[in-house]
Design a protein around this ligand. Structure first.
Ligand code: SAH
Ligand code: TMP
Ligand code: ZN
Length: 409
């Protein structure tokens, strides 16, 4: 029998829906003019497993539709993220990759932003990256990469060819993978006996607290907590041995896992789980209240955009992020209210936002002429964007934020 949509992908328990964003396009698929009538849609519904508390989507988008040769997200596009990954690489080099001839594998290595630092240190490494274009970019930077989805079979092949890894690392990727059981089996096959599996992803605690609901989209299949990760890890023979809160992308947690009994867990793990319990993160009522705030903030955003539009102001968008698909399509914002959106990514410019078909222009053209307002969809890069676009505010332009609530900055 086919598993139901409401069957938890981790434990087989019952997933209870707490929000339905309705029909949504692929968030990282920016159609060109002649692709506008060929878009793929799915239903974006999210719930929490009543047994293991894992927050997950109810519908899975086939992975080949999302992670393709022309996947447009390049991790190196932000200075802050380049710095973050360079610091991460140095940390792994100093703490885990210290023995003789260590080997580091990264799942979802994208354009090689992290692994190039590992490569420069002369350490053996391999990226596993299914999206051909970003993988190719990392190769031109001298990074070793396998164009493949990480899963059990891939991991076994890597182990056969290269031996075991001391570190398996992933950023903003494990939450993209519904088939986690296969990933954990792969990690088991590939990781050295005392190695660590380290991954960082958007944190449900920050998402609920800061109302960053637009972190929910097709690629973000799971929203993790320390508790749900610990429960999942134990099912698959691993233990959560450390957690670290990270400020990037609006708040993430870096989870360190080792084989059960392999390392003594840091007290930080229990501390974070205790905090989560105090905040009611594993309770359905908390997520229903979060859902009420999502409805409210989207209503406010559209009402205020309509008001500004009716008053004759010129309002644009800034940052054609994957996140923007959720808010724009759920709120029903179209080119009438927002005639264009600006972005620095060459692979996005000249194309259209998915679903809403708002045209994407190069950020270099923002000042021709400067708009009155710009809605900041790349709110996680606020400082960097504001510094880059200082002239916009100098000319009297104002930024609009919609998380945690509507605000003109
Ligand atoms: N680590 C980078 C990229 C995150 S985007 C960063 O933090 O900026 C997510 C990446 O995961 C994409 O490049 C996508 O192609 C890749 N990905 C998706 N499923 C994967 C899988 N099963 N195995 C390896 N990579 C995967
Ligand atoms: P992200 O939020 O998924 O990291 O995506 C950020 C998007 O914002 C990406 O498309 C690049 C774009 N961007 C700008 O347009 N200007 C900027 O100054 C920065 C930092 C990012
Ligand atoms: Zn479950």
């Amino acid at each position: 029998m086919e598993p139901k949509e409401t069957t938890c992908r981790i434990c087989g328990g019952e997933v209870r829906e707490f929000f339905d964003f309705g029909r949504q396009p692929l968030s990282d698929s920016f159609p060109s003019e002649d692709e506008l009538d060929k878009e793929f849609f799915f239903r974006l519904r999210i719930g929490m497993c009543a047994s293991c508390t894992m927050v997950q989507l109810l519908e899975e988008v086939p992975r080949d539709r999302m992670f393709r040769a022309d996947y447009p997200y390049y991790s190196s596009g932000s200075r802050r993220m380049r710095e973050h990954f360079a610091a991460t690489a140095r940390h792994l080099l100093d703490t885990e990759l210290t023995g003789p001839d260590p080997f580091c594998v990264e799942i979802g290595s994208n354009d090689g932003v992290m692994l190039r630092v590992i490569k420069d240190a002369g350490v053996r490494h391999l990226g596993v990256e299914p999206s051909g274009g970003v993988a190719e970019r990392s190769r031109t930077n001298g990074v070793q990469v396998l164009t493949a989805f990480f899963e059990e079979a891939t991991a076994r092949e890597i182990a056969d060819e290269h031996g075991r890894a001391q570190v398996i690392y992933a950023a903003n990727t494990i939450c993209h993978i519904p088939y986690l059981e296969s990933v954990f089996r792969g990690v088991d096959a590939l990781l050295s006996p005392d190695g660590v599996f380290v991954f960082e992803d958007p944190y449900l605690g920050d998402i609920v607290e800061r109302n960053t609901f637009d972190q929910i989209y097709d690629e973000h299949f799971y929203l993790f907590t320390a508790r749900s990760v610990q429960t999942a890890a134990r099912r698959f023979g691993f233990d959560l041995v450390d957690v670290e809160r990270l400020p990037v992308h609006g708040g993430e947690v870096r989870y360190t896992l080792a084989r059960v009994g392999g390392r003594r867990p840091s007290p930080r793990v229990d501390d974070l789980i205790t905090t989560e319990t105090k905040c009611g993160l594993g309770e359905f009522a908390t997520l229903e209240t979060f859902g009420d705030r999502i409805r409210q903030v989207c209503k406010d955003l559209v009402a205020r955009l309509r008001e500004l539009h009716d008053l004759g102001f010129y309002v644009v968008g800034y940052g054609a992020t994957a996140k923007s698909a959720t808010v724009i399509n759920y709120a029903g914002i179209g080119p009438d209210l927002m005639p264009c959106i600006y972005d620095t990514t060459p692979a996005k410019v000249g194309r259209y936002l998915p679903g809403s078909h708002i045209p994407i222009r190069s950020a270099d053209e923002l000042g021709r002429p400067y708009p009155d307002y710009a809605v900041l969809f790349a709110w996680n890069h606020m400082e960097e964007v504001q510094a880059r676009e200082a002239e916009f505010t100098a000319q009297g332009g104002r930024w609009i934020l919609y998380v945690p609530e509507f605000r003109i900055a």
